[in-house]
Design a protein around this ligand. Structure first.
Ligand code: GDG
Length: 513
């Protein structure tokens, strides 16, 4: 697929995070391999083309020139995540960025200006005069490294790299540049909070195409260009800018469904679940409500805990009837708002247990283990209800992974049960999914997933109660539909679209206008 689309053009992927973190432990070289489906998918593309991946060398504490001379490491095929020996492998070009620069461009501009603005959160926006120059400088360095690799095609990932396309364009007017923006894009009325709205958009317009999960985000992007970039012209066939046409296109990202399903069936998944049930003394007959989140204020974890607390206050008969399991991952701890959020989550869980817990029932448990994808799938598979309640989220892969980790539902289970038939390949009653309306995934997963507004605490609580009480036939029917959606918009479908756009084969410029 990849060779067909890109031919022998040389590809450079540019992302903030690196796919492999090399280091040393006990005198031996170590490598942390990519975990998520996205990194694995991108890794496959770069490995197949023998291209270059440019990224910040975030493992710099362990950085050792003997492992990665000059910040570059050749990854032969056997050392990438792929198992196909015909791939040429690729070059991982690491940027060893100074700590101060990282603080200001990554923890600063990227995550205290762009991240909150894209998620429609005005309060956490912090504008510091050092942030923007650092963002510019970091983007310049990413761009320089990409140009060094002499690319025909450059594929930028995400919001850390809003200016790099402009810099690469200046050096390589002939190259084809594409960017995928993994978070939402806000309306012009919100985006104008960004003090550098125009410069940032001009940076992104260095691309030939900019991709978003939803058409709504792409439309917001076009509206922002129309409002803030006077020299650009937004037309039905794309954005005319600097003598070129730039497309804003929609392409919902998905997951590797087979991989998640296999992870969920693995021994590691079962063992991890056994460990958790032992450690927290979970009663096998008591349904589990699950939340899996990076502890980020956009993920609506506090709103979810408030809804659970409201649920128990207003429905005392539910005491002892379920356990809430929160898997949390600390994130961006260099930023005060994230440290406060972590404390707020821990406090809410402790309060839930103090107020509602009894001698033989703990309403909520908090897990902070470092788990791999198979162990995580063990949590997904054993949950009776999963709740994803982001205040705003570009797509949300946790919702899709939960769906893929459930046993295959029996087609038309309601009918089968009415006829008294057993479901032949069912190994477990599927879980139910409660999903915020404000995540990209809601577009394809609701109403089969129960939609919620995380700000509306009483209706949210009521929806969790509905999910807990959902009967087996309805669970099967809903899960059947959810799995069909997740399979249809999977990582391969997303990748195929990106390769078309990179190759310039797709008429994305005219999409949906
Ligand atoms: C951004 C956008 C968009 C989580 N905890 C553990 C763990 N995870 C993995 C999940 C999932 C990933 O992290 C989280 O992905 P999300 O999509 O939910 O959210 P973001 O990190 O905010 O991602 C988002 C995405 O980009 C892709 O475009 O969907 O909207 O915000 O894959 O499985 N993995 C392991 N242990 C954990 O404890 N192994």
């Amino acid at each position: 697929m990849i060779d067909d689309a890109l031919g022998d053009r040389s590809l450079v992927v540019v992302s903030n995070r690196e796919p492999y973190v090399h280091g040393y432990a006990d005198g031996e070289p170590t490598v942390e391999r990519p975990a998520g489906g996205l990194v694995t998918a991108l890794d496959g593309v770069v490995a197949e083309t023998g291209g270059t991946w440019v990224a910040w060398g975030s493992g710099d504490a362990d950085f050792d020139p003997a492992v990665a001379p000059d910040g570059e490491v050749e990854l032969p095929p056997e050392s990438t995540a792929q198992d196909d020996d015909d791939r040429p492998g690729y070059t991982l070009a690491r940027l060893d960025l100074p700590r101060r620069l990282v603080e200001n461009y990554y923890y600063g501009y990227s995550n205290q200006v762009l991240w909150p603005i894209c998620h429609l959160e005005a309060d956490p926006v912090t504008v510091d005069p050092e942030f923007w120059p650092a963002y510019r400088e970091a983007n310049r360095r990413f761009a320089e490294r990409a140009v060094d690799a002499d690319p025909d095609l450059v594929w930028f990932q995400d919001y850390h790299l809003g200016l790099a396309p402009k810099y690469v364009r200046e050096a390589r007017p002939d190259a084809r540049l594409v960017q995928f923006w993994h978070v939402p894009w806000p309306t012009p009325d919100f985006f104008e909070i960004c003090p550098q709205a125009t410069e940032l958009l001009r940076g992104l317009l260095g691309n030939d195409a900019v991709g978003f999960h939803l058409e709504r985000y792409a439309a917001n992007f076009r509206d922002c260009v129309a409002r803030f970039v006077p020299e650009a012209e937004v037309t039905d066939s794309g954005i005319r800018y600097d003598g070129r046409t730039v497309a804003a296109y929609a392409s919902p990202i998905g997951i590797d469904t087979e991989r998640v399903a296999a992870n969920a069936r693995s021994d590691a998944a079962a063992h991890y679940w056994d460990r958790i049930t032992d450690r927290y003394d979970l009663d096998p007959d008591r349904p589990v409500v699950l939340g899996v989140d990076r502890l980020d204020y956009t993920k609506g974890v506090v709103e979810r805990l408030d809804a659970l607390s409201h649920l128990l206050e207003t429905n005392p008969e539910l005491a002892g009837e379920f356990t809430y399991v929160q898997k949390g991952t600390r994130t961006r701890e260099g930023i005060p708002a994230y440290r406060r959020y972590y404390d707020a989550v821990r406090d809410r869980i402790a309060e839930l247990d103090r107020v509602h817990g009894t001698d033989d029932w703990t309403p909520a448990v908090y897990i902070e283990d470092d788990v791999d994808d198979r162990e995580l799938a063990g949590l997904y598979r054993n949950a009776d209800v999963a709740v994803v309640s982001s205040r705003r989220d570009g797509m949300n892969l946790v919702a899709k992974e939960f769906v893929a980790a459930q046993g295959r539902p029996f087609p038309n289970a309601g009918l089968a049960q009415a006829k008294g038939l057993e479901s032949p390949n069912r190994d477990r009653v599927p879980g139910a999914l409660v999903l915020s309306r404000f995540v990209g995934a809601a577009e394809s997963l609701c109403p089969a997933a129960l939609p919620v507004n995380p700000y509306d605490v009483s209706t949210f609580a009521e929806t969790i109660r509905t999910a807990l009480g959902m009967g087996e036939p309805e669970r099967h029917d809903r899960m059947e539909s959810l799995q069909a959606s997740v399979r249809e918009e999977d990582i391969d479908a997303w990748l195929a679209t990106q390769l078309d756009v990179l190759a310039g084969a797709s008429q994305v410029a005219a999409a949906d206008d």
